[in-house]
Design a protein around this ligand. Structure first.
Ligand SMILES: NC(=O)c1ccc[n+]([C@@H]2O[C@H](COP(=O)([O-])OP(=O)(O)OC[C@H]3O[C@@H](n4cnc5c(N)ncnc54)[C@H](OP(=O)(O)O)[C@@H]3O)[C@@H](O)[C@H]2O)c1
Length: 231
């Protein structure tokens, strides 16, 4: 990354995932990156469903490294506990829908709650989270996947609302939701029909988008090619 200067510090949340792992590997080889922290459920016990683990992770990073120039939340799920997205209204199950919201909206909201304290106030800082284009209400042409779509739409609202509050104390902060494109990870295996971007390329594209964003873009929703996506 170029926009965070030399010796920036970064945390990747969901580093066990396809995109999160590629992001962490890419930043690890970046000569400008001085500190890279990888958080994941498997390796560090970071669980979106357990706020204490999120709070503890943020506190441990602050103790070990101080503030973080980049926090990238690459968590999320399309299939949860073996249950994939619904194809029709008839398939709505309240418990499944609640789990979708827990992972794709409430978990990232808790990340914003606890990780904002790690953002430096007097210089550029980025907090990015992976949303999905299917969370766009304006762009919804196909229907289906109602719980995942709705949870990502909620995430977009959470990011936008948080960005307004964070801007008051962190005037140089960039808080954004990103769509990574269709990426070849375990998340897309059951649903992929055409081409998918390799995770390494998706990671490079997302880093490039973050480098290009300026303060007026905080609170926005951007695709891997830098284009803003309608809400
Ligand atoms: N791949 C795509 O084409 C695509 C397209 C649009 C949007 N996205 C979004 O991009 C994000 C990453 O997707 P991906 O393709 O990299 O998926 P992935 O390979 O399945 O990675 C998902 C990551 O989220 C973590 N996670 C899931 N539930 C969690 C929980 N309860 N607590 C803590 N961590 C949890 C996983 O941890 P574990 O390893 O512990 O399960 C993993 O690190 C998701 O938000 C997804 O919606 C992906």
């Amino acid at each position: 990354m170029d926009s965070l200067g030399r010796a920036y510090k970064a945390t990747i949340i969901g580093a066990s995932g396809g995109i999160g792992g590629a992001l962490a590997d890419t930043l690890e080889t970046d000569p400008n990156c001085a500190v890279l922290v990888r958080l994941s459920r498997k390796e560090t016990g970071f669980d979106l469903g357990d706020e204490v683990t999120i709070q503890r992770a943020a506190a441990a990073i602050r103790d070990a490294h101080g503030d973080m120039d980049l926090v990238f939340d690459a968590t999320g799920a399309l299939e949860i506990d073996g249950i994939g997205p619904e194809k029709s209204l008839r398939a709505i199950d309240p418990a499944v829908m609640a789990r979708q919201f827990a992972v794709n909206a409430i978990g990232p909201a808790l990340i914003l709650k606890h990780f904002t304290a790690l953002m430096p106030r007097g210089r550029r800082a980025i907090l990015a989270t992976l949303s999905a284009r299917v969370g766009s209400i304006g762009d919804n042409r196909l229907g289906g996947w109602i719980s995942y779509r709705a949870a990502k739409a909620a995430l977009n609202q959470i990011v936008k609302t948080a960005s307004i509050e964070i801007a008051r104390t962190h005037p140089q902060a960039i808080v954004v939701a990103l769509h990574p494109g269709t990426v070849a990870t375990s998340l897309t295996v059951p649903f992929r029909h055409g081409e998918a971007t390799p995770p390494e390329e998706a990671a490079r594209q997302l880093i490039c988008v973050l480098d290009s964003l300026q303060v007026p873009s905080t609170g926005g929703f951007f695709a891997y090619d830098g284009q803003a996506i309608e809400w």
